[in-house]
Design a protein around this ligand. Sequence first.
Ligand code: ZN
Ligand code: ZN
Ligand code: ZN
Length: 274
Amino acid sequence: MELDSDEAVTWFTSEKVRRPFLEKLHPAATIRPCSYNIVVQFIPLTFRVDKALDLRELEEVNGLQSRVINRVRWIKPVARRHPSQTCGHIILTFSAPSPANDMLVYGLFICHKKVYAEKCKKEPLRCLKCHNWGHMVAECTSEADVCGTCSQHHRTADCDNTDHLHCVSCGASGHSSWDRSCPVFQCKCKELNEQLEDNSMPYFPTEEEWMQVKEPPKTVFVMQPPGPAAPAGGKTMGFRQTTLPWASSRRHEQGGGAWADQDGYQSQHWHSYE
Ligand SMILES: [Zn+2]
Ligand SMILES: [Zn+2]
Ligand SMILES: [Zn+2]
């Protein structure tokens, strides 16, 4: 919901206005306050995301107001960690845009480690039951569960066929349906980025001008398929725009395997649309 002035926000925030408005709109309608999500990479696993005490300490160490961070969670479920993994990526949820922007600019300290953050971009919606695009499980018309890892008929969590990766989206073997390097996923991200202005803004927009800037398109190195040798002195490597918030090759640094999965990162991105 968007209102065009501060007065309108104050007016609408009052319980006397909001409650009857929601009752008329729909008996089950609620209003959830905006949240501002940032991704922070390579956090030591000793960080306790479920402890309020650790959150308050994080705020204090980084000069933030108390309780400005609503939530912290690991992107990859704890059960999927590799035995040798020492770091993971987290999503920090802020209740206001400005402190989130400060962390994007200056970075932050977590467990005595200086780390840097990126704004969470919106990503295409993929159903966790059938792995097709544009709807969620609640609206899924598929009869059977399809495994996001091997494409067979069982739930992803029950997969015992993890050596046979197969992607529902592009029909290829060798990667799972939740692999962020899937060409169909990347193509859908590109389409979405073209539609959503917000995805090209590195900060959460506020009235301050520096928070409204747009970022130039990112380039990322991609291997060219084997082919005729490039002419001497010519280009030997290709660049293209990426839709990923960071190089997908980084995921290996987490201890093997894709770091994001179908019930983690993506669903978070679409939280506000649920
Ligand atoms: Zn579905
Ligand atoms: Zn499976
Ligand atoms: Zn694929």
